[in-house]
Design a protein around this ligand. Structure first.
Ligand code: X8Z
Ligand code: ZN
Length: 631
């Protein structure tokens, strides 16, 4: 099942990394034996026989119990293999991961097929929901054909592994190579057009060999999705939101339409400042911004440019990164800071095994997948993160993000496996970010990471600008990654158009342009982790909206009365209890019900985000007066 940036690895992002050791539980009922023997995939099954007579509700429930047990075993096996692989990228760990993926995909495909027998039965709501989730929660459903399944598993693992091990070796460095974190650091720090271009281009190039693999993966994944009854893999992805797939797209459009004017105002201001820095020949009026100038490999978050974009100079510093470095806080200490926020809400401390088993620091002696992720390998509070932490404010916030996943895992660990997911995928992504919204300058001062808190209007605008460069700037990228994949999966975009379609979307939504001529041999989309890792993306767009809604609700529960941007729920147990109640539901209820437990609302509502940023928005409007905005 899909889950966050959890381990899902290779393609099959299972819901959670389940528990219960290696010996598999036995299905509980002999009346309608599920296709799940002690090792998933072990034996042919009676239940797939179409000649069986109509099953009963009791048989369906017994089957579900067996399915739950078998999924747990398969997911734990896969998760463990993925953990090892992503922490030690070698030929053999990759093979082990692919074999585990093959098994768990095979199991899911078979269970989906078997579950058809129960269609039309008057099942209890919980059981019907589990069967629904079985069908929609795995981003990749393998074809029934064993050869195709093995090929899909191998391709999926190979793409992630190559992403993790990719390097750019510029001739000028004479054999020394740069990895993604090095290139990201260059983009964040340099203000030299050509140096940024070199780092950006170097990384883009690494994705070229992935393109043919990805095209084949699309064919195979679509084959599986169609066998499972979906129009294509994109339709499968859009089916996980308790609404028809087309409605999800319309819902994303609705939210984007509300937020777009704000994004355009921010874009306008940023372009103006970049013109001052680089000149109008490099950053022309009325045109998209070159994609390598925004301080981030994908131009998805722009906060690294804060030094260039700071509205008011001479305000108290809000640069926590410098203090982290001055204090020489190591990776573990940074994660402890994150944990302390959650425990201040009355949530449990992380288990000892979290500290023993997580990866916090980029190893020097081997390749790993550095993209941050959160795990529960044994689905039994075996919480972990895997992250190449750097002493920066961005990474401190990402730690809060990842711990949000872990606290979700922890809250729902007692539920049936198929409920061990977020209320929807966007919820999973929103939890840690909701907490991070309470990581305010005032909070940083209280833990000794800032000396002074900006209080006057100018200081507030500075703080808001920094947040908007992260949150508002992100919105269009959050939208477009899956728009591109939906079009690829539906066949609207063929492999020879991958690159052109990618840039068309980036220009349309983000207002950024490729700094080099578009070349069909490139694979810009494949230079993004989630694309090669089968990790869905529109969840982050939704999460960006939800988190402000969650924040507003938790602030209300905490008794906060001032403007939303001044609220921190740090230390508030009432807010913690509210949050925990929603987390504990997992995916057991449709997401509007989960939302209602937290906020009383049943719809995504961008008004909270707009309310939060009201001071900045008013300021931007003044700044942009008389400017020609848009692209
Ligand atoms: O992938 C992530 C997290 C792990 S779920 C670090 N994020 C997206 C990205 O990096 O592209 C968080 C924000 C968007
Ligand atoms: Zn995440």
């Amino acid at each position: 099942m899909r889950l966050s940036c959890t381990a899902l690895l290779a393609a099959l992002s299972l819901p959670l990394m389940l528990a219960c050791g290696t010996s598999a539980p036995t299905p509980s009922s002999a009346a309608c034996p599920p296709a799940v023997a002690s090792r998933p995939m072990a034996a042919p099954t009676a239940s797939t026989s179409s000649s069986a007579k109509a099953p009963t509700v009791e048989q369906a429930l017994a089957w579900l119990k067996g399915a739950d047990a078998a999924l747990r075993v398969a997911f734990v096996d896969q998760s463990r293999a993925d953990w090892i692989n992503m922490n030690f990228l070698t030929h053999d760990t990759s093979r082990a991961s692919a074999l585990a993926a093959d098994e768990s995909m095979g199991l899911v495909t078979r269970l989906i097929e078997e579950s058809r027998r129960f269609d039309g039965l008057p099942l209890p709501a919980d059981a019907a929901r589990q069967i629904h989730l079985l069908r929609v929660s795995n981003p990749i459903v393998s074809p029934a054909d064993a050869k195709e399944r093995a090929e899909l598993a191998e391709l999926s693992v190979k793409m992630v592994d190559d992403y993790g091990a990719a390097k750019y070796c510029p001739p000028r460095l004479k054999g020394k190579c740069l990895e993604l974190p090095d290139l990201e650091r260059i983009l964040a720090k340099t203000r030299d057009y050509d140096e940024a271009l070199d780092a950006w281009r170097g990384w883009q190039r690494t994705a070229r060999p992935q393109k043919a693999r990805f095209a084949r993966y699309v064919e195979l994944a679509n084959h599986g999705a169609r066998e499972a009854g979906f129009a294509d893999t994109g339709a499968l992805w859009k089916s996980g939101y308790d609404m028809p797939p087309e409605q999800l797209e319309a819902e994303a459009d609705r939210l984007w339409a509300v937020m777009k004017p704000f994004y355009e105002e921010l874009h306008c201001y940023v372009r103006g400042r970049l013109q001052q820095k680089y000149g109008k020949d490099k950053v022309p009026d009325g045109k998209p911004i070159p994609a390598h100038l925004l301080g981030n490999m994908w131009a998805q978050e722009w906060e690294e440019l804060f030094d260039l974009l700071e509205p008011y100079k001479g305000q108290p510093s809000i640069d926590v990164g410098k203090r982290l470095r001055d204090k020489k806080l190591d990776e573990r200490s940074m994660v402890r800071i994150g944990e302390r926020f959650y425990t201040s809400l009355g949530l449990d401390p992380l288990p000892d095994t979290f500290w023993e088993r997580s990866l916090f620091k980029k190893p020097q002696d081997r390749d790993v997948v550095c993209h941050a992720s959160a795990w529960d390998v044994e689905m039994n509070d075996d919480l972990r993160i895997k992250m190449c932490v750097e002493p920066t404010e961005a990474d401190l916030l990402t730690i809060h993000h990842e711990l949000g996943h872990d606290y979700y895992f922890h809250a729902y660990k007692g539920l049936p496996v198929l409920f061990q997911q977020g209320a929807n995928e966007g919820f999973h992504e929103a939890i840690g970010d909701t907490i991070a919204l309470s990581v305010t300058p005032g909070y940083f001062r209280s833990i000794g990471l800032l000396d002074q808190v900006p209080t006057d209007e100018r200081g507030v605008v500075n703080v808001q600008m920094k947040r908007a460069l992260e949150k508002v700037a992100f919105l269009p990228f959050g939208m477009l990654v899956d728009r591109w994949r939906w079009d690829v999966f539906s066949g609207k975009v063929a492999p020879d158009q991958y690159e052109a379609a990618w840039w068309a979307l980036r220009t349309k939504y983000q207002g950024v342009a490729s700094p080099v001529p578009i070349d069909a041999a490139d694979f810009g989309a494949g230079a993004k982790y989630h694309v090669v890792a089968s990790s869905t993306y529109v969840k982050y767009f939704l999460a960006a909206i939800y988190q402000f809604q969650f924040h507003r609700a938790l602030c209300k529960a905490a008794g906060h009365t001032g403007p939303l941007h001044t609220c921190s729920i740090y230390g508030n147990h009432e807010a913690g209890a509210r949050l925990s109640a929603m987390l504990a539901l997992g995916a057991s209820k449709p997401w509007p019900e989960a939302l209602a437990t937290l906020s009383g609302e049943t719809r995504a509502d961008p008004s909270a985000m707009l309310e939060y940023f009201a001071p900045l928005r008013a300021w931007l409007k003044q700044q942009n007066a008389g400017q020609v905005c848009g692209w």
